[in-house]
Design a protein. Sequence first.
Length: 258
Amino acid sequence: MTTAPGRQDTARPQFTVEPGRLDLWLVHSPLGTEAGQLDRSDLDADEQRRADAFVRRDDGLLYTAAHIALRRLLGRYTGTAPRQLRFVRERCADCGGEHGRPALAASSPPLHFSLSHSAGIALVGVAAVPVGVDVERLPRPATVEYCLPALHPWERAELARAHGADRTRLFGRTWTRKEAFLKGIGTGLRRSPAQDYLGGDRAAHPAGWTVLDVPCGPAHVAAAAVRATAPRTVDVRRLSREWLRAPDPLRTDPPADR
């Protein structure tokens, strides 16, 4: 059976969410003529407005690609047409307000996800437990110095011993671990970045969480945090740009490079 472009019926889930497993998907922004070929039919009206509101066209294209990928991937995990997915906010872990982690309004099987995008790359994380991901372009030295006072004292001490490019990359790794963890607990930067240590000593990281560095290329740094002991399986895949143009993603395997 086939469906018209932009319409997908509910189908059997084709990806599984398993305890002890973390799935990570890297999405690259469209290039050249690909920019006009993104299939935006899966996005809701609010997402389309947000995509069109970016001042920089490249930022809008990355947002669009990231949210198409998120909907299509979650559709594959839940067997739901991407356009039919509805998102809600969980309660904040600090204040109880309804601005915590994004979540699916209804999900069977239950799953947790996180999305981050920066400077041409997006990262999606999916797990059976709360998860947070973050990807950032490597910062400039001036950015490192500006943000340094916001870090945990132990993190500042580690950075004081690093120099040049090593210092920049160390800061990037520390900051993405921190943002991934804060997204995982559902507070984001409403919680002080100085409150939790996410530096090089993993034994001193917040109890009950595992924070991992994610390979994503020479110009970016990325991390994922899961509320669990170290996952038995961590699968990092690069999602093909071609799949973001496919008219029927529930019935089309998402091309990915390992």
